[in-house]
Design a protein around this ligand. Structure first.
Ligand code: NCD
Length: 350
């Protein structure tokens, strides 16, 4: 016999084809239905990414009053089934900077708590007038489903352990600002000869995955670093240009960009880690940075856990670009929101 609680849980997660999929497992995805959607980084050609970067710079520099006319009175829903500070706030501020009206629906204060499914929630938002939906969801593939059932442009704000395309784009804007100040333009060879190391909980990180799918397309070498439990050898199969270096100091020594990740406690599912051992091997300290990567730029998508994956001194230090990433989040998301609402089904040019 199914209990009421089980029925509610099943309804919330329908269709049942949307499990919290295992990390690195294949997720059944397809090209977006709507040309304004960005569900994964593979949806965008390099030309489109170049255009998004250019729009991000243009909109950031534009007079705020003028900018606020661009999407005046257009309606955007933010649908968040997981907690978020940077992504949610920057998407909201980006939409508002363009003059759009935004509404936030979160799993903790809506009928989602009562068992409403993703499909019904999406259809409800569309009936309320939403013209685009920004979705964060714990299940891999959820944005593809939402887009298909609503026909609206959907921007993936993080789906489970799968993808976080807007984060990869803001990381790219940050990297370009570090390596070629003054120019955000890029092509397939822009990151030739550049090594980006990503260290930490790669296994559960949608940020790592989207960066692994994006950066090699510009010529970068992505070096993954972490213990076997958080970085299985199969990670390199995600795409070309990806290597594993288990020795953190060696990884640091060859990196121009050092990206650190937190351990995703909420997704560990019983995995036990010896944190002292982890700190000994993988914590980014001022001493390590000075000895092995004194010129590298430090990125971290946040939230940072001071004293675990990096020390407070390093987070606040001169090599840290962590707050630049946050600011770049607003710039990139303005461009993505504008694209979502202006791309036409009859042939998108952006
Ligand atoms: C990341 C996320 O939610 O995937 N944060 C973010 O969006 N800036 C990384 C994380 O939660 O560790």
């Amino acid at each position: 016999m199914t209990t009421l609680r089980q029925s509610i849980q099943a309804s919330r997660n329908r269709p049942d084809a949307l499990p919290v999929s295992a990390p690195f497992s294949a997720v059944a995805t397809h090209a977006p239905v709507h040309p304004g959607s960005v569900l994964g980084v593979a949806d965008l050609t390099l030309e489109q990414i170049d255009h998004i970067l250019a729009r991000a710079s243009f909109l950031t520099a534009e007079d705020p009053l003028q900018r606020a006319h661009r999407l005046a009175k257009r309606k955007i829903a933010l649908l968040f089934y997981e907690s978020s500070t940077r992504t949610r706030t920057s998407f909201e501020l980006a939409a508002k900077a363009l003059g759009a009206d935004t509404t936030l629906v979160s799993n903790l204060s809506s009928s989602i708590e009562k068992g409403e499914s993703l499909k019904d929630t999406g259809l409800t938002l569309r009936a309320l007038g939403a013209e685009a939906i920004l979705l964060r969801h714990p299940n891999s593939g959820a944005p593809w489903l939402l887009e298909q059932v609503t026909g609206l442009p959907v921007l993936n704000a993080g789906d489970g352990m799968h993808e976080h395309p807007s984060q990869a784009l803001l990381d790219l804007r940050t990297i370009l600002a570090c390596l070629q100040p003054g120019s955000s333009s890029m092509h397939a060879r822009t990151l030739d000869g550049v090594t980006v190391s990503i260290t930490g909980d790669i296994l559960h990180s949608r940020v790592a995955r989207s960066n692994m799918l994006l950066l090699p397309r510009l010529g970068a070498r992505v070096l993954l670093c972490g213990p076997e439990a958080l970085l299985p050898a199969v990670a390199t199969r995600i795409g070309p240009g990806i290597e594993i270096e288990r020795d953190f100091e060696r990884a640091l020594a060859s990196s121009q960009i050092v990206m650190m990740l937190r351990i995703q406690a909420e997704r560990l599912a019983g995995l036990q880690l010896d944190l002292d051992e982890y700190r000994n091997s993988y914590q980014l300290t001022a001493e390590r940075l000075a000895a092995f990567a004194p010129k590298a730029h430090l990125l971290h998508p946040g939230p940072i856990i001071r004293g675990l994956e990096l020390t407070a001194e390093v987070a606040d230090g001169p090599q840290s670009r962590i707050l630049d990433q946050v600011s770049n989040g607003v710039a990139i998301r303005m461009a993505l929101v504008e694209r979502a609402l202006t791309a036409s089904r009859s042939g998108v040019t952006q």
